[in-house]
Ligand binder design. Structure first.
Ligand SMILES: [Zn+2]
Length: 243
């Protein structure tokens, strides 16, 4: 049986895992004459520095997004309203999110923007697309938390087509240990409290999970001697993890 070893979990530093898989821009983009971006956009790049480039070979990029409807955000009549960001927003990056918190740090996602960061879209940008490229600048949130940024920040053309999205996934609450799969084809137009944090497999991050019956549950001991009882099985045939 494939038992998940919680004792082997060691949290890594943001960006330490995804750097091995990051999309390299060298040889895939060519610099062109710099576009003048509005100050509000230019200032979101680290030191206000960015360059303009044209894609010369298809480029794999990622976008964190999500919309949420909950009691905290209401209209003037007191009705819950939907907040957050869409899949086809302009800001994308070269690295997948390691977890929701890591995405927040690496992409400096200010909570005031109300992005639920529940989802990630994988995008294959075609040859000929014009990009503006720099690094994510740090942000200190209104609550005083310092988010260091540091990921590549890429601005897609405003009217980019969602047809270039090849798949979606839930961004896990816990850190990824394996590169993610983008097996979700359609995303609900918004989440509510009960769906925004779905149960995900700790090993593969997928949501195809079955609760084990009392008879199926077993006790096991992790590599550091801690005791666990299985309650779930991952239905991803490549994973089949029990925890
Ligand atoms: Zn799994």
């Amino acid at each position: 049986m494939n038992l998940y070893d919680f004792d082997a979990e060691v949290n890594y530093k943001s960006g330490a895992f995804n750097k091995h898989y990051r999309t390299r821009l060298a040889g895939r983009v060519k610099r062109i004459v710099k576009q003048n971006l509005p100050n509000s956009v230019a200032d979101s790049f680290l030191h206000g520095r960015y360059y303009t480039a044209i894609v010369t070979k298809p480029l794999c990029l990622y976008r964190v997004f999500g919309r949420y409807k909950g009691e905290y955000f209401t209209d003037e009549q007191g009705n819950a309203r939907v907040v957050g960001s869409f899949a086809n927003g302009a800001f994308v990056t070269t690295e997948f999110a390691e977890s929701r918190i890591d995405a927040k740090i690496r992409l400096a996602l200010e909570p005031a923007w109300l992005n639920s960061h529940a989802y990630e879209a994988k995008i294959i940008v075609p040859k000929g697309t014009i990009l503006n490229i720099g690094k994510v600048a740090p942000v200190t949130t209104k609550g005083g938390t310092f988010l260091s940024g540091g990921a590549d920040q890429i601005l897609l053309p405003r009217d980019w087509s969602e047809n270039i999205i090849v798949g979606y996934r839930y961004i896990t609450v816990t850190q990824l240990r394996n590169p993610p799969e983008y097996s979700i084809k359609n995303i609900p137009s918004f989440d509510i409290k009960s769906t925004v944090y779905p149960l995900t497999c700790p090993k593969c991050g997928k949501t195809d999970i079955r609760l084990l019956s009392q008879d199926e549950r077993i006790d096991y001991i992790g590599s550091k001697g801690n005791k666990y009882t299985t309650r779930h099985i991952c239905l991803n045939p490549k994973c089949n993890c029990n925890w």
